[in-house]
Design a protein around this ligand. Structure first.
Ligand SMILES: [Zn+2]
Length: 58
């Protein structure tokens, strides 16, 4: 019997099996979202301002 859970990110159904290597997330993407590492992807989310040196390069 396979344990069934839902992705913490998108609530999609995930089975606890090798079909879902990123479990409990449904996909790598949801995993990255959760880790906050998706800023490098093409999504634009507000990033924290640790870049406070205004060098005026607009
Ligand atoms: Zn998901």
């Amino acid at each position: 019997m396979t344990t069934e859970l839902s992705c913490p990110q998108c609530r999609k159904k995930v089975l606890w099996s090798d079909e879902y290597p990123n479990r409990p997330f449904c996909s790598k993407r949801c995993q990255l979202i959760d880790l906050g590492e998706w800023a490098n992807e093409s999504f634009s989310i507000p990033v924290s301002d640790d870049n406070n040196n205004d060098d005026n390069w607009e």
